[in-house]
Ligand binder design. Structure first.
Ligand code: THU
Length: 137
């Protein structure tokens, strides 16, 4: 698993919590933030963006991965997802697959909230035996 310094982990948590403030979630009222650390050490932000046509909304992780791609990033090293707490927010299945597009088994996925970092996994733990870009070669 990628090892991140405590300082970087705290930076990612702060970024994710700041992103969470921008959530557009008037329907679920469940605000989620995400911060993606890319291969260049840059942090990209995202929040969930819901829609009056409910199925058209999307998750915080999708926003953050999109921000990374548009900034020229192509590889994610870590993703920190923050929710309202106190329950640990584990990324949804669709988001795990979206992460897989830009990372391998060793991607660090971290869950946190305003009280701090709650849990960490590798992507392999969250999405074992995954289908990825290599399968299309
Ligand atoms: N949500 C995320 O943003 N990320 C996840 O991994 C889980 C769920 C959002 C989607 C929706 O706007 C709200 O949380 C409730 O499901």
């Amino acid at each position: 698993m990628t090892k991140l310094s405590d300082e970087l982990l705290q930076q990612l948590l702060a970024a994710s919590l700041a992103a969470r403030q921008r959530s557009h979630s008037p329907y679920s009222k469940f605000a989620v933030g995400a911060a993606v650390l890319d291969e260049q050490g840059r942090i990209h932000l995202g929040a969930n963006i819901e829609n009056a046509a409910y199925p058209q909304g999307w998750c915080a992780e999708a926003t953050a991965l999109g921000a990374m791609v548009m900034a020229g990033g192509r590889r994610a090293r870590a993703v920190l997802v923050s929710g309202p707490g106190p329950d640990v927010l584990t990324p949804c299945g669709g988001c795990r697959q979206k992460m897989r597009e830009f990372a391998g088994d060793d991607l660090l996925v971290i869950a946190g909230d305003a009280s701090g970092i709650k849990q960490q996994w590798t992507l392999a733990e969250l999405l074992p035996f995954s289908f990825g870009p290599d399968h299309l070669k």
